[in-house]
Ligand binder design. Structure first.
Ligand SMILES: *Cc1c(COP(=O)(O)O)cnc(C)c1O
Length: 383
């Protein structure tokens, strides 16, 4: 049905063709239904530390009228100590998503655009306009490339979701070693597969452009590749307070890397890109790390227990170094499982993409959450 015309209807021609045709990023559902067990967006099931909650509460007063620290210096100073680097190696963002977008804008030439068509001047230097990533990985990357008018170059992971070796990438010919920007989700999402730092180092050494290692889930992994960002001129590591540090709501992430690349990103960010309460929450988080380490151990233990339990019920369970599991459910299609679990008030994630259509991604919740999941799975299988 056609929308009735109103005084506020504007001609579509006012909008850039690139934006008009854009498919925006599709975030996981944030439902308002009571009593739902939410295992769909990889949030930490445990609350932030009590010290974080009291720091944020104590900051809510008349000072809200003031601008926050423009460069999030108190947070950067603490991060510099935690990661043994300089403040100049750090930029804090409104979630790591903001920083991924800034990296696209700082390091990649927009190829598209006069009248929505590719500008021929850029054809010859296509790598400069290329945003490269592995498939499947974080589904924001192709959206960032599209928004920027850059060319996306998705290249398949191995069938077991591991990173192809440099030799394999060379033989495959599709990988661009000169791409302006390459995103690697490590550990991988949505598969949970963890990469060895040596493999990542080998890839980073071969890339001529910038490589962003997106370590949103590194706290649940066996290794972190953070050291590569402090030893390679073209490597940035993205981290976030969202998942592991129970702060999705506050939107704080950061990049670690060479001072020159970080300085380029500072030039193009908003003057006050990180809100004040977010900065206070992040600083208080860094002041209470042992609280979080205990929860990481607990979530990993739950993950391993649930993996065994689901495997026992006939699920194909992939090894995970994250706070979620990618599983291939038995008997019914993954899509059907999504609906049947939802009927039982359990929300998980299903991606309508060829590589993962047969799988469900299940975030690790509390022990009672995961008991409820196992119970629902048994009921569905019996039905
Ligand atoms: C959740 C997630 C992010 C985004 O984190 P924010 O800091 O909340 O913006 C980035 N990368 C990956 C792989 C993620 O899963």
């Amino acid at each position: 049905m056609k929308r009735p015309k109103s005084a506020t209807d504007v001609p579509q021609s006012l909008i850039r063709p690139l934006v008009r045709d854009l498919h925006a990023y599709l975030p996981g559902e944030q439902p308002k239904i009571e009593g739902l067990i939410k295992l769909n967006t990889n949030e930490n099931p445990y609350p932030p530390s009590p010290k974080v909650l009291s720091a944020v509460k104590a900051a809510v007063d008349a000072r809200l009228r003031l601008y926050p620290n423009p460069t999030a210096d108190p947070v950067r100073e603490q991060l510099a100590k935690v990661h043994r680097c300089q403040v100049e190696n750090l930029i804090v963002g409104n979630g790591s998503d903001e920083l991924l977008a800034l990296a696209t804008r700082a390091f990649v030439e927009p190829a598209a655009t006069v009248g929505g068509r590719l500008d021929s001047r850029y054809f010859k230097s296509a790598p400069k306009a290329t945003v490269q990533f592995l498939a499947p990985s974080y589904s924001l990357y192709p959206v960032l490339a599209a928004i920027h008018g850059a060319t996306a170059n998705p290249v398949s992971l191995e069938p077991d979701f591991s990173l192809p070796s440099v030799a394999r990438l060379r033989r495959g010919r599709q990988w661009d070693f000169r791409a302006a920007l390459t995103y690697v989700t490590t550990p991988n999402a949505p598969s949970g597969h963890g990469c060895a730092t040596a493999e990542l180092a080998a890839l980073c050494r071969e890339q001529r452009g910038v490589v962003v290692l997106d370590e949103a889930y590194a706290d649940f992994a066996e290794e972190s590749a953070l050291a590569l960002a402090l030893s390679h001129p073209n490597v940035l590591v993205a981290r976030t307070f969202s998942k592991a540090y129970s702060l999705c709501f506050q939107r704080v992430g950061y990049l670690v890397g060479p001072a020159d690349l970080i300085a380029a990103l500072h030039k193009i960010r908003d003057s006050y890109n990180v809100n004040g309460l977010g900065q206070i929450a992040a600083a208080a988080t860094l002041g209470d790390l042992p609280y979080y380490h205990a929860h990481f151990r607990r979530i990993i233990a739950t993950r391993e227990r649930v993996a065994q339990q689901l495997a026992g019920l006939g699920f194909g369970v992939l090894p995970s170094q994250t706070n979620f599991l990618l599983v291939r459910p038995p008997r019914f299609e993954a899509r059907t499982w999504l609906d049947r679990l939802r009927e039982r008030k359990i929300l998980v994630r299903w991606f309508d993409r060829p590589e993962v259509r047969d799988y469900l991604r299940i975030s690790i919740g509390t022990e009672p959450d995961m008991e409820a999941l196992a119970k629902a799975a048994r009921t569905i299988l019996a039905g």
